[in-house]
Design a protein around this ligand. Structure first.
Ligand code: SAH
Length: 302
């Protein structure tokens, strides 16, 4: 079935009002089989938001216009008529997979198996299918971590390579695979989400890194993690909030001199996350900024 789309760019409070009005009365759906869904995002002008309304099947435009008019009257705002579009029938999942481009980060290229043949031999290729776990390479936080690992490998002289690594919040397993490519060392990959650990394990096998062990655990409070500690290389691409909360525990499983790569942090949050780790006994070594995202590299004090 084709998808109907309406789009309006309006003042933020009015946009929020429309998007928040989830009880769009059934008699206004026109012939749509299901209630429409609303999405709200930032407009080109910072004072505005864009509301997009999607519905499966045709929608009665006049009814929609009347509904918006009534909503506007209620809010004391005039709501302009949206632009309408009918999206062609598509399988969005396979579409997005087809459109996914290989991603380069440092010496690594992340791609899907059918893109493998087109990639130069000098690249360190990691094959990750678009799937159920985060970490197909496109996100700045993943790219930042890959670049940090790449730079660490350049800096670490022969004979002083890390000996025991943890990838906390492994998702697709992409960072653990990158570590396995750089160093022939034991690696443990953990995630709170069992779907992620399963996906990661499949990706390890597909990338010749079946030796990486997985554990499903919330944070680091798990016997499998404790048994492998201390680590001298830890990657954790989670989010600023949990990273700040985990700082003392991560310090507790880090060997002295351990390298720590943290990501999932926005530019604004970087100072706060860094301060939490400095308090926990780390020294800031470098940071990689990409768009709005920041990857921090820290070193556990001796
Ligand atoms: N390491 C991958 C995935 C990052 S997405 C990459 O860099 O692309 C973050 C992952 O952390 C998700 O898979 C999520 O399930 C996991 N996660 C979130 N909170 C966690 C926690 N408290 N403990 C362990 N894993 C967690």
């Amino acid at each position: 079935m084709s998808t109907f789309k309406a789009r309006i760019e309006i003042d933020i409070p009015v946009a929020a009002l429309i998007a928040g009005d989830l009880d769009w009365p059934a008699d206004r759906h026109g012939q749509a089989a299901q209630p429409p869904t609303f999405s709200l995002f930032e407009g080109a002008d910072p004072a505005t938001s864009v509301v997009e309304i999607f519905a499966a099947g045709p929608v009665d435009k006049q009814q929609l216009a009347k509904f918006l008019e009534a909503l506007g009257a209620l809010a004391g705002h005039e709501i302009p008529l949206p632009s309408f579009e009918t999206l062609p029938e598509r399988d969005w999942v396979s579409e997005s997979q087809r459109l996914r481009q290989p991603v380069d980060a440092g010496r690594f290229t992340i791609c899907e198996v059918n893109q493998r043949a087109g990639i130069g031999e000098t690249r360190e290729v990691i094959v990750i299918e678009a799937g159920q776990a985060f970490g197909t390479g496109g996100h700045e936080s993943t790219k930042g971590c890959l670049m940090a690992l790449d730079a660490l490998a350049d800096r670490i002289a022969e004979g002083t390579s890390p000996g025991n690594a943890l990838d906390l919040g492994t998702g697709s397993g992409v960072l653990a695979i990158a570590m396995a490519r750089l160093w022939d060392i034991p690696i443990l990959a953990s995630d709170i989400d069992p779907v992620a650990t399963e996906t990661a394990a499949a990706n390890f096998a597909a990338n010749g890194a079946a030796g990486i062990e997985t554990v499903t655990a919330d944070g680091i409070d798990d016997p499998a993690i404790a048994a492998r500690a201390p680590f001298d290389l830890i990657t954790a691409n989670i989010l600023a909030g949990p990273l700040i909360g985990l700082a003392p525990e991560i310090a507790g499983i880090s060997a002295s001199g351990a390298a720590l790569v943290l990501s999932g942090i926005t530019r604004d949050q970087a100072a706060q996350v860094q301060a939490a780790y400095i308090d926990a006994g780390f020294t800031a070594e470098s940071r990689i900024m990409m768009d709005d995202w920041c990857t921090l590299v820290l070193r556990r004090d001796a």
